[in-house]
Write a protein that binds this ligand. Structure first.
Ligand SMILES: Cc1cc2nc3c(=O)[nH]c(=O)nc-3n(C[C@H](O)[C@H](O)[C@H](O)COP(=O)(O)O)c2cc1C
Length: 316
């Protein structure tokens, strides 16, 4: 079994990847998407989104980080994929799941699930541009309005040359409403001969077991569940209990110690911590009252102070 940390725009950045992969259990991370429109993007775009490119394409605990691209133009996706890999990304992942509207005539993500031929053209162009020893992978939802093209789309991507497919087992129209339809992943697995990674609604180790049974997939991808319960991947692999609340508080304080670029210092920690709390509340009842106080604070040092106080109370 492999466990992959899901791409989450605006949430799972390199600091979060560093923190979560240190807790163990993860085999691979996928970055937030790089939007490709009609140009070859400069190196700095890739290294900003994936600073791990500067450290051999791995987090500090040695977990590989693959760059994800989003776009609709096969030729531009191909050029940018080749650049991502040349910069050190271990392969490249293509996003066919993002429920976004067209921006400046540029689309990408889930809307392409209505265009099976485009999926094929993108996969083929990107596969041809990326060295053969580097994987080209893709992530899709079951469909846009419905799942009627799920099998055709998966087949098209495989014919185009992808070597692994992650399936978020919902349509775009389903949004994030539970359930995730894991058995539909099994239907896709029956028609393609590549590894299919199951994704969606894995919040607890028991969900991982059920998801693997119902999808038949060995490999899984964790998104929100890994933020709600930071050691979820490690628990799935090794067993054990969820991190105790004081350990979570220590993680939050560790998060405050990370160095961030000067232009985002200050706001970064407070914004991201509040965002992280919105997930932690799902697992930890203790997060709720603390969040009520924390959300009124703006400055990082105030938040750090509050977290330290809470930790002291817990230790007493
Ligand atoms: C805030 C947020 C941002 C996301 N950003 C991306 C993204 O950049 N690329 C992508 O392929 N999926 C993205 N996703 C989808 C997740 O990777 C994943 O498929 C989804 O959350 C379902 O998995 P989960 O139930 O384990 O969270 C995002 C999801 C959320 C909630």
């Amino acid at each position: 079994m492999r466990i992959i940390l899901a791409p989450m725009e605006g949430v799972v950045d390199h600091l979060m990847r560093d923190m979560l992969t240190r807790l163990g259990g993860f085999d691979l991370c996928i970055t937030e998407f790089v939007r490709v429109v009609d140009q070859l993007l400069p190196r700095r775009v890739f290294t900003r989104l994936c600073p791990e490119l500067l450290t051999d394409g791995k987090t500090s605990s040695g977990v590989p980080v693959r760059v994800q691209l989003l776009g609709q133009e096969p030729a531009w996706l191909a050029e940018n994929a080749a650049r991502a890999v040349a910069l050190g990304s271990p392969g490249v992942d293509l996003n066919f799941g993002r429920p976004a509207k067209t921006v400046n005539k540029s689309k990408g993500g889930a809307v392409l699930l209505k265009e099976t031929e485009t999926l094929y053209q993108i996969a083929r162009a990107v596969r041809a541009a990326v060295p053969a020893d580097q994987p080209v992978t893709a992530k899709m939802r079951l469909g846009y309005d419905d799942a009627s093209l799920a099998l055709d789309n998966a087949r098209a991507l495989v014919e185009g040359g992808i070597s692994e497919l992650t399936v978020h087992a919902r349509t775009k129209a389903d949004g994030y409403r539970p359930p995730a339809y894991w058995p539909q992943i099994a239907n896709i697995r029956r028609v393609v001969a590549i590894p299919v990674i199951a994704n969606g609604e894995i919040w607890q180790p028991a969900d991982a077991i059920r998801c693997r049974q119902e999808s038949g997939s060995a490999d899984i991808m964790l998104g929100r569940g890994a933020l709600a319960q930071p050691n979820l991947a490690a628990r799935i692999v090794h067993g054990g209990d969820p991190l105790a609340w004081p350990a979570v508080l220590q993680l939050l304080l560790q998060y405050s110690d990370y160095q961030v670029a000067d232009d985002v210092r200050g706001l970064y920690f407070s914004t991201r911590t509040k965002q992280w709390f919105s997930y932690l509340r799902l697992q930890y009842p203790q997060a709720e009252p603390l969040f009520a106080r924390l959300r009124l604070l703006r400055h990082s040092h105030e938040i750090v102070q509050l977290l330290q106080q809470e930790l002291a109370v817990q230790a007493a």
